[in-house]
Design a protein around this ligand. Structure first.
Ligand code: SF4
Length: 205
């Protein structure tokens, strides 16, 4: 099972293949790994103990950032994510970034996002679309159109907590839609990055 892997000089953390969305651009539709890494489809979800053991063995030389990204949505296992991030911080000098769809509170109704404070250094959040209807078409969350507003609320709140926050869109939407996304992001004071739809490691969350 590939729990940790290197990509672009960072250490990626793959703790789940679960996801409440079915994005039209999800890289998981195109293959089972990134570059020359082993398959990112997990045989089963690794326990916290297995994750720690894999981290201890992983060659971390020269790596300054851990990115929870996975072949799935990392906040599906938010308790394991938090424990793992704490373990990484306690046992290395790495910063922790989480690539997420921002829907953790729809998956885990009682989750308090304040728990990310001091554990997550930055969030990269998939904005994906300029409105709820297009978001629903592009991201296809199992929660339907209300997911869009929750993603925006999550983004606003984690930014206000002082966590570095950025948005991404994938260039499968139109130029006009991208411009609308840029306006939304600018209005929230959150930088937006437009990513090409390729087999880019970050195109799946
Ligand atoms: S891109 Fe991310 S949020 Fe979308 S289906 Fe894939 S894993 Fe889920």
């Amino acid at each position: 099972m590939t729990i940790f892997y290197k990509f672009g000089g960072k250490m990626y953390v793959n703790i789940t293949n679960g996801c409440p969305c079915d994005c039209v651009f999800c890289i998981r539709k195109n293959g089972d790994s990134i570059e020359d890494n082993d398959s990112l489809w997990l045989e089963r979800e690794p326990s916290f103990e297995e994750i720690c053991a894999a981290f201890d063995k992983f060659d971390k030389a020269g790596i300054s950032e851990a990115v929870f990204c996975g072949y799935g949505e990392p906040t599906v296992r938010v308790e394991t994510l938090i424990k793992t991030a704490e373990y990484i911080k306690d046992n290395s000098d790495m910063n922790v970034r989480v690539n997420t769809n921002g829907l953790v509170r729809l998956v885990h109704k009682d989750f308090d996002i304040m728990r990310f404070k001091g554990v997550v250094d930055s969030f990269s959040i998939s904005l994906n679309a300029p409105n709820a209807k297009r978001y629903n078409e592009v991201t296809r969350p199992r929660f339907g159109e209300p997911a869009f507003d929750e993603m925006l609320s999550f983004s606003r709140e984690v930014k206000d907590m002082g966590i570095e926050t950025s948005f991404t869109v994938v260039d499968i939407i139109t130029a006009e839609e991208t411009a609308e996304c840029e306006k939304i992001a600018a209005g929230m004071g959150i930088p937006l990055r437009v990513r090409a739809y390729v087999t880019d490691n970050e195109s799946y969350t």
